[in-house]
Design a protein around this ligand. Structure first.
Ligand code: DGL
Length: 261
């Protein structure tokens, strides 16, 4: 047993899509979330910049006395997970490994991956997928504008729909049936993507796979909590006027936000 909270970070609101799944799958756990809105977006940053941001985020969460850290960000997972794991003793889970383990069970011939520019450039998804499934074809597509449009609260606007139309072209042409939402901001576009593709598509939500993986990890390490009432605290490195609305839409609750750093 370990009653301490689970720490989570992202560059902004995207990681809330992971927090939602964690809350559902781990109803007796507490959470501390950090959205690094001051340094958003991570997708266009260099590896070195992402590592520096991730280190700051981890140190903040450790100062909050969390028992484990989840990198609820594809970009930070792809470029800083290995370094963070080496540097800190606290268990750290990214979103790539849990998702790839899930895909392996599907026994697919091809898989689509959409993510930020930095994530696609790093090749981290493709590398991890090929490790377990050497014969699968991976169709990558960088979607540089999606996280920013979502962070501005405009995912469902005309602009959001136009950009989705463009980014979905390679998948629509080939009718790709399974696509990983490789950036945690992207589940915000789930409905719009499905509408645009117009066929039965499995959009793989990294929040869900990561939450299941985390549950198994907590059990295997015997560090689950048993809180009767779940609590979460959300910190931002900079207050933005859109964040509260977006958080309410994703989590379905009116939450207090705290500004830090
Ligand atoms: N939510 C993030 C990800 O999963 C980061 C988006 C960004 O900051 O560019 O990649």
């Amino acid at each position: 047993m370990d009653s301490r909270a689970i720490g989570i970070f992202d560059s902004g609101c995207g990681g809330l899509t992971v927090l939602t799944k964690l809350k559902q799958i781990l109803p007796n756990e507490n959470f501390v979330y950090l959205g690094d809105t001051l340094n958003f977006p991570y997708g266009s940053k260099t590896k070195e910049e992402i590592i520096q941001c991730s280190i700051k985020n981890v140190e903040f969460l450790i100062s909050q006395n969390v028992k484990i850290i989840i990198i609820a960000c594809g970009t930070a997972t792809s470029q800083s997970l290995d370094i963070l794991k080496e540097k800190y003793d606290i268990p750290i889970i990214g979103i790539i490994e849990p998702t790839v383990s899930y895909i392996k069970e599907l026994d697919l011939k091809e898989i689509g991956v959409i993510a930020t520019e930095g994530t696609i450039r790093s090749g981290a998804w493709e590398k991890e997928i090929k490790k377990l499934m050497p014969n699968i074809e991976v169709i990558n597509k960088a979607c540089p504008m999606l996280a920013t449009i979502a962070e501005e609260g405009k995912a469902k606007s005309k602009e959001g729909r136009c950009v989705i139309k463009e980014y979905m072209k390679p998948f629509k042409e080939r009718r790709v049936k399974n696509i990983i939402l490789g950036c945690t901001h992207y589940p915000i576009y789930e409905e719009i993507i499905k509408e645009e593709l117009g066929y039965d598509v499995n959009l793989i939500n990294t929040g869900e796979t990561t939450a299941i993986f985390t549950k198994n990890f907590l059990h295997s390490e015997n560090i689950t909590a048993n809180h009767q009432k779940q609590r979460e605290k959300i910190y931002l490195s900079k207050n933005t006027k859109e964040f509260k609305n977006i958080a309410q839409n994703i989590l379905g609750e009116n939450l207090a936000l705290f500004v830090t750093l």
